[in-house]
Design a protein around this ligand. Structure first.
Ligand code: B12
Ligand code: SF4
Ligand code: SF4
Length: 224
């Protein structure tokens, strides 16, 4: 098994999905590994669909009552992998300044932005996220970059743009203030408990929508 295949299987075993990898270019900022070597590859790890939620839900962090349980669980799992593979862990919520996880995801999996701003995956639709990344000294084998046209190009009606009850989303614009105010209100209980209505209106990967517990966890974090 190659080191990348080993890493993929170790990540899967702790409940993290392999979200693609990309070679660090000369124009990218330098990433130093714990042993001071320069990293050559970044591997993204995350959640796809609703299946990964149960790994976190069964963890001590999920019920210990301390802040940011999902971030702490992710960091524990990814730091463990980093130690085993001589890698450096990188995290989407370490910031500002934040690491450009969405740009990285485009390079790793060839994903496209949806009109909501978040990236759409051809299979998982809008139901995927990044829990962290590992920078490694290993060079990626030369493989064709995965990629497909954006599902949004063939979407008739674009229901994600017409479903928000307060018009908080438009192409290239997201009104965070209006969205938060609605989700905090009684009228926004639906968005709070089941997740963003605009996101749920998307027909792509609808079978992978988050379970209510996961949706509500993220929405509560968003309005805090
Ligand atoms: C700050 C932040 C927010 C802020 C501001 C978001 C904003 N639109 O400006 C708030 C709190 C509002 C927010 C909300 C949400 N966020 Co947010 N957020 C981040 C965070 C931590 C940093 C973003 C950033 O500024 N990066 C720095 C720049 C340099 O990186 P970047 O790769 O270039 O990213 C930017 C561009 O790619 C740009 N972009 C790319 N394509 C397009 C297309 C359009 C049309 C637009 C407008 C922008 C855009 O968006 C990013 C900047 O916001 C990222 C994690 C991360 N580190 O990237 C998550 C992240 C982007 N968020 C994410 C999610 C899921 C959400 C929510 C849906 C949360 C939820 N409740 O589940 C909402 C909805 C946001 C929305 N409709 O846009 C996911 C997106 C996953 C995906 N499928 O793409 C990320 C990657 C976190 C993760 N762990 O996976 N978020
Ligand atoms: S509803 Fe259509 S346009 Fe909107 S994110 Fe889904 S596929 Fe793209
Ligand atoms: S969470 Fe609700 S208010 Fe916010 S953008 Fe989605 S549909 Fe609109």
């Amino acid at each position: 098994m190659t080191r990348f295949a080993e890493l993929r299987s170790a990540a899967t075993a702790v409940g993290l999905a392999w979200r693609g990898a990309f070679a660090i270019a000369r124009t990218d900022p330098d990433i130093r590994l714990p042993d001071q070597r320069a990293a050559r590859t970044v591997v993204l790890l995350g959640f796809v669909g609703a299946g990964h939620w149960s790994a976190f839900a069964a963890s001590p962090e999920a019920t210990d009552g301390e802040p940011n349980p999902l971030d702490r669980w992710s960091r524990r799992a990814i730091e463990d992998l980093a130690g085993r593979f001589g890698a450096k862990g990188l995290y989407p919520n370490d910031g500002p300044p934040w690491l450009p996880f969405q740009q990285w995801a485009r390079r790793a999996e060839g994903l496209h932005a949806s009109p909501l701003g978040i990236l759409i995956h051809p299979a998982w639709g809008l139901w995927h996220a990044y829990r962290g990344a590992l920078a490694l000294a290993d060079a990626l084998p030369d493989e064709a970059m995965p990629g497909a046209p954006s599902p949004c190009d063939a979407c008739s009606g674009r229901p994600c743009l017409t479903t928000c009850p307060v018009g908080a989303v438009a192409p290239g614009r997201y009104d965070v203030v209006a969205c938060r105010a609605h989700v905090r209100s009684e009228a926004g209980r639906d968005c709070l408990e089941l997740g963003c209505r605009a996101r749920r209106a998307c027909p792509v990967g609808a079978e992978y929508r988050y379970v209510p517990a996961e949706a509500e966890f993220h929405m509560r974090a968003f309005i805090r």
